[in-house]
Write a protein that binds this ligand. Structure first.
Ligand SMILES: Nc1nc2c(ncn2[C@@H]2O[C@H](COP(=O)(O)OP(=O)(O)OP(=O)(O)O)[C@@H](O)[C@H]2O)c(=O)[nH]1
Length: 633
């Protein structure tokens, strides 16, 4: 982390905040607005949020404060928002003072679950669209989330300063796809601050104040929660009625446990304690909860003396991608366990189940929202907890309808879900396998349609619709088997379209499929991390490709290594790595002992990054690389 980043990371907000304490008593409900900014990745949501924070005096106009709402190190490095953050802003308009609660939302397709939960605390959204790129797949997905939640939508065309900006064309797209009149669009440059003030005015004028009453019993919706080592769980809440203050006894509708409130306050975006939070307001609450499970997202808190009907929660996040995770060295198990526990405290969308395997020892089977989510989690474990891990091939949740003979023997449910390829039931016990499907939206300039259609066909997808959103851009809908898009579909799509096509997807149930378990063998020993469930039609090509790629990633050893792909006892592909000995001392003529020692030490360190399968040594990072197909060109 650069010194500037570390400054932001640890002390995100300047002392400017201290002078500017927000007095909550100044804000009756009609002067409150709760809103989110939604957009396709990179269309400028965080930049706009920063500008809004600046205009309202929450942060200073310096480069150091750039993208204040993107707090995690991975977010800064990857330039994506992973976790939603909240900030309360004060703004004067037409002689009145308003409290504007901005709830930041992540933009990537993997995190659309976070978007929908942020929206539940809002009455309106700012829909940001890039003036050059126009409407993209996530713009469409996010628009419909907001539309279905019946929120007011303020369309904003950003980056009008760009040379190729064409705000008029984007306004026409918005009118066509979303049925929003062109003249409602606000043209801005978030980067330069141009016209950003009118966005704030639109928030006040067009988004209704929350329709909630202080006289009603206290009802607080938990829309996010984080864990702090000193203070326990910090729950972000939106008050749908009544008031809550320090010292009161509250109850969780979900766990039925009661707590005494230690602190309430608003986020500016750092925590600022207040005397109380009232109906319509958004803020945080601390009540001695030790575990994020105690403040589940979607839960309702109420006062012990005044029980209420809980608010409708959200659908809980459904993991779409599963992988096994094991410590490279079993003696590291306990350290890794505590790192996984700490990380999942702040990311309740990861599911964790203990797992063990004869080859890899004790570990976990983790469920993620998507592959990016999995990579971000992995990166955080390595960066923040210095953990060294082995990840197995990601798999999607398949289902199997067990045949009656098998059912009678095991007293089991008729349909089982398989998240671990090692537990894939044999064909003889199954009457039907099912695979998860998704409905994908692709938006692309029309010159790439041909290549994209053949990419989709190659992924067993079925086209559902094709609509022109303007003269040159097309929106395609396809039904995909989830397995076909999980690993590298997005990379291929980007590379085929020179980066211009965008993609988003939603769940679309299950369909029958011919599935088989494919094992990879190294000198006849199965490599558990590479065992996958594949479609029968794809087994040969995928087995062949994995063997070829493994051949490139396995260094030559003292003996010959046979790499094979097998379905049951049938070998479907084979490659061979010829024997060879790498003599690291070969370059070391003469008798410089310290240099020899150095080279041997380096070789030993290299070996630590290897995993032995039987007597074959495989570099650890070979596993995930081997599974990634090369982007189709
Ligand atoms: N020229 C120009 N660039 C902009 C403008 N607004 C944002 N950008 C740039 O666009 C890129 C993406 O902006 P972000 O604000 O990080 O985008 P985002 O939508 O928050 O991205 P996610 O958080 O990953 O969803 C950055 O390099 C910004 O500097 C603008 O008005 N004009």
């Amino acid at each position: 982390m650069s010194p500037v980043l570390s400054y932001i990371h640890h002390r995100p907000y300047s002392s400017h905040n201290q002078k500017d304490k927000v007095d909550m008593s100044e804000f009756p409900v009609e002067n409150i607005r709760n809103f989110s900014i939604i957009a396709h990745v990179d269309h400028g949501k965080s930049t706009l949020a920063d500008r809004l924070l600046e205009i309202t005096g929450r942060i200073l106009k310096t480069d150091r404060n750039k993208q204040v709402l993107d707090k995690l190190q991975v977010e800064r490095e990857r330039g994506i928002t992973v976790k939603a953050q909240t900030a309360s802003l004060v703004h004067n308009y037409e002689g009145k003072k308003y409290l504007l609660n901005l709830i930041d939302t992540p933009g990537h397709v993997d995190f659309s679950y976070e978007v929908s939960r942020s929206l539940s605390a809002c009455q309106g959204v700012i829909l940001v669209v890039d003036a050059n790129e126009g409407i993209q797949a996530q713009t469409v997905a996010n628009f419909f989330l907001a539309f279905e939640a019946q929120l007011s939508i303020i369309p904003v065309i950003n980056k009008i300063d760009l040379k190729n900006a064409d705000p008029e064309r984007v306004e026409k797209q918005i009118a066509k796809v979303f049925d929003i009149p062109q003249e409602e669009c606000i043209r801005i440059s978030a980067k330069h601050g141009t016209n950003v003030e009118s966005v704030l005015q639109a928030v006040i004028a067009k988004i209704p104040p929350p329709n909630m009453k202080i006289e009603d019993p206290m009802k607080a919706l938990v829309f996010d929660s984080t864990f702090d080592h000193y203070r326990g769980v910090i729950a972000n809440i939106a008050l749908f009625g009544g008031e809550v203050c320090k010292g009161q006894k509250i109850v969780s509708a979900h766990t039925k446990k009661s707590y005494e409130v230690n602190e309430v306050g608003i986020l500016t975006p750092e925590e600022q304690p207040t005397n109380k939070l009232s109906a319509g307001q958004v803020g945080y609450l601390i009540a001695g909860m030790k575990d994020v499970e105690e403040a589940q997202i979607g839960d309702t808190f109420f006062l012990q003396k005044h029980p209420v009907e809980p608010l409708p929660g959200f659908k809980s996040a459904k993991p779409m991608v599963f992988a096994g995770m094991y410590p490279t060295d079993q003696s590291e198990y306990n350290n890794l366990k505590s790192a996984v526990e700490k990380l999942t405290l702040n990311d309740s969308s990861v599911t964790v189940h203990r797992d063990s395997s004869p080859a890899l020892g004790a570990g976990w089977r983790l469920g993620f929202l998507g592959l990016l989510h999995m990579e971000v989690f992995n990166q955080r474990l390595e960066q923040e907890y210095n953990a060294s891990i082995i990840l197995t091939a990601p798999t999607v949740p398949y289902k199997a309808v067990l045949s009656s003979a098998k059912l009678i023997k095991d007293y089991r449910n008729e349909v089982i879900t398989i998240v671990n390829p090692m537990e894939f039931p044999d064909k003889s016990q199954v009457s039907q396998y099912l695979e998860p499907m998704v409905l994908g939206t692709i938006i692309t300039p029309d010159e790439h349609i041909g290549k994209i259609m053949s990419l989709c066909q190659g992924r067993r997808a079925v086209q559902k619709s094709m609509v022109y959103i303007d003269d040159h851009r097309v929106m395609l809908k396809y039904l995909f088997p989830l397995n076909e898009i999980v690993v590298d579909f997005y990379d291929s799509l980007k590379s085929l379209s020179s980066g211009y096509a965008s993609f988003d997807y939603e769940e679309a149930g299950y369909e029958p499929a011919e599935l088989v378990k494919m094992e990879i063998l190294l000198n006849s020993r199965s490599v558990e991390e590479l065992t996958t469930i594949v479609h029968k039609e794809k087994a040969y090509s995928s087995g062949k490709a994995i063997c070829e790629r493994l051949k490139d990633s396995i260094p030559r050893q003292l003996f010959e290594v046979a790499i094979q792909a097998a379905i049951g006892s049938k070998i479907i592909a084979r490659e061979t790595v010829k024997a060879y000995r790498k003599n690291v001392l070969a370059k070391c003529y003469g008798g410089d002992i310290t240099r020899k020692m150095k080279l041997l030490k380096r070789q030993a360190e290299g070996k630590k990054k290897m995993r032995s399968i039987g007597n074959v040594e495989v570099p650890k990072d070979a596993f995930i690389n081997v599974l990634k197909r090369k982007p189709d060109k």
